[in-house]
Design a protein around this ligand. Sequence first.
Ligand SMILES: Cc1cc2nc3c(=O)[nH]c(=O)nc-3n(C[C@H](O)[C@H](O)[C@H](O)COP(=O)(O)OP(=O)(O)OC[C@H]3O[C@@H](n4cnc5c(N)ncnc54)[C@H](O)[C@@H]3O)c2cc1C
Length: 394
Amino acid sequence: MRFLIIGAGVAGTTAAEELRKRDKSADITLVSEEHHPLYSRVLLPHYLKGKIVRERVFLKKESWYTEQNIEWLTGITCKQLDPRNKFVGLSDGRELPYDKLLIATGGEVRAVDEDVRGVSYFRTLDDADHLVQLLSEQGPGSHAGIFGGGFIACEYLNIFSHFQIPTTLFHRGAHFWTRSLLPEAGALMENHLKNHQVELQANTSVTELKGEKELTSVVTTTGEHAVSLLGVGIGIQPDFSWMREAHVETGVGVKANAFLETNVPDVYTAGDIAEFFDPIIERQIQIGNWMNAMSQGRCVAKTMSGEKTEFRLVSSYATNAIGLEIIFVGDVEKAAADHVHLVGSIESGGVTQIFERQGRVVGGVMIGRNQDRKVVTDGIAQKVDFVSLRRQIP
Ligand SMILES: Cc1cc2nc3c(=O)[nH]c(=O)nc-3n(C[C@H](O)[C@H](O)[C@H](O)COP(=O)(O)OP(=O)(O)OC[C@H]3O[C@@H](n4cnc5c(N)ncnc54)[C@H](O)[C@@H]3O)c2cc1C
């Protein structure tokens, strides 16, 4: 059996590991655009803040791939898929045959149009190394900008706050995560950040970068702001071109059923790139968190090796914005919910949003209310209705 995995992040690597456990003699190949052995993206902010040394972000050693008899091709991208003849075309010109193919390509960061030294992205270890360098170049008069209002913007807030760099945050919506948060939750975050000296520019887009050799300012839809460093966190934008040419169905991600099988025979998907049917929340969804990617990698490997396994997990993303704790669990898209209930208040310093669809709880957002996490997670898994869940929240 020849297993071929495109993308060697946590989803792809976990799948390779599980496949090897299940099949000692199969050919397993991991195609990786990046050059590093598996590392934790979750640990990158800790490395940036100097809380851990760089070596600690790695989850695998280079020798692991040989020990596991996994062919690990680095610095190579998949460019083409021929599902009829069952091979992929790689950036080095090679064509690799497969019996079962896994697409675990995560997401490329969405970039701003221009590039000037001082602009930072935050997805990979190379991005983190670049940011370490940029941070070391900042002096007493430095001012940082952040463009974005999501999880990566929170990471930048924490990093710039850690280095005590005054910061202005520009985001296109009225508040953070406009697709998920109610105005009250947005206002709670806004108050908290303003109390921590972050200047916020809502409903604002960065339109131009200024600076000859290095960034000196950004022009936005509301004016020009002097910044020497800009952290961009405006979402991810996967490259679907080679998949679409092969008629793999895509939407916001690669579409798959609850077994992580795509519409093309013997082609599977897992991790951030997968837009799968979630049997717990009962809709097609894309979820971008570590636990989801790792668990999907393990699950899809079972199906690929013949033990057809449905993917069932209520996963979460927990972070903080300068000390304010934020947790997303399950399906947190307002547009997909019938009702979004609010518990707590701005005055009390914490709100929990509970997303209800067709009479049952499907998701939750907790801001400054970690204590609700377990009850909401269990409620989603057990498909309880809002009234029963509400009784359990003090
Ligand atoms: C800075 C940061 C902090 C985070 N913190 C948290 C956190 O605290 N908690 C949490 O739950 N989640 C967190 N996440 C999200 C989490 O890291 C991701 O959900 C997870 O890493 C996704 O894994 P993946 O394997 O699906 O995709 P990725 O990790 O993106 O891996 C996909 C790999 O495929 C490669 N690739 C893409 N296209 C091709 C191609 N055509 N050919 C070959 N290779 C290709 C990519 O270069 C990449 O190496 C964080 C993410 C970042 C960036």
